[in-house]
Design a protein around this ligand. Structure first.
Ligand code: ATP
Length: 239
């Protein structure tokens, strides 16, 4: 067996919107079981990085490999998407599907639907406090419940790479603690996790490494504790 392919390998990734360079020259490798936090001010390029890695935005230059596969080139893109689970910065749910149907749709789409997945869905909805809302439509849910539905969709099936853009937003403190625990479990299952957050406390104990962006450029990166300390020194106060 050769060296295992990293779930995420990004090389010199840049993305512009017209003349605005939203992300410049990001290189990042995330190994199985590792968590990397992207931090930075509003508009620093975090979501642009996440969406480009996810295959939703075309890179201006650079390369992305998800489990060795290019998310921007068919037919590889489909297999890259299969290796990837995403929590977008605002919930993207179908108006006419219930909470449970969202989770089922993901398992069907990824070919892992069956009796054991039905039990897994039940257990996950229970943990997320959604069991009593399993048959509700998105419009009948609170904002936090919609966010938890999105989390259920991302966690309900195996993925090599989990991308979470501001996953904490809208969650109450116990739900934030639960998400922290669920992500630690994902790491223990060898999932590579990349998340963006403005809440330094949430990433504490979860992120192994951090990348700090400023106006699209990487201004610092390294072990979480070191980057967080330097970020505080440069006036980046934890919330
Ligand atoms: N669709 C777009 N068209 C033009 N410019 C965009 C577009 N989306 C984002 N930008 C610009 O790209 C830059 C980076 O935005 P991005 O959403 O990646 O930042 P962010 O770090 O995720 O911010 P936040 O913390 O507010 O979520 C900003 O200057 C923003 O104005």
């Amino acid at each position: 067996m050769g060296v295992a392919t990293a779930p995420l390998q990004v090389d010199s990734l840049s993305r512009s919107y017209g003349r605005l360079v939203a992300l410049a020259d990001l290189s990042l490798t995330v190994h199985a079981g590792e968590c990397v936090a992207l931090i930075g001010a509003n508009g620093s390029g975090k979501s642009t990085a996440m969406r480009t890695i996810a295959g939703q935005l075309t890179p201006t230059s650079g390369t992305i490999r998800i489990a060795g596969l290019d998310p921007h080139t068919e037919p590889e893109a489909e297999r890259a998407r299969a290796a990837l689970a995403i929590v977008p910065d605002s919930p993207l749910l179908y108006a006419d599907l219930t909470v449970r149907q969202h989770a089922e749709l993901v398992t069907i789409a990824h070919g892992v639907h069956g009796e054991s997945t039905a039990a897994r869905i039940d257990a996950l909805l229970e943990r997320l406090g959604l069991a009593e809302r399993a048959d509700f439509l998105p419009a009948e849910l609170s904002r936090g419940m919609r966010q938890k539905t999105q989390l259920a969709c991302a966690l309900v099936r195996p993925a090599a790479l989990l991308l979470l853009d501001e996953p904490v937003v809208g969650l109450d403190p116990p739900s934030q603690a639960l998400l922290h625990e669920l992500l630690l479990e994902a790491k223990r299952s060898r999932v590579a996790v990349v998340l963006t957050t403005h809440q330094m406390a949430f990433a504490e104990g979860l992120a192994d490494r951090a990348v700090m962006l400023e106006e699209g450029e990487v201004v610092d990166q390294g072990p979480w504790g070191e980057v967080a300390e330097r970020a505080e020194q440069r006036g980046w106060l934890p919330s």
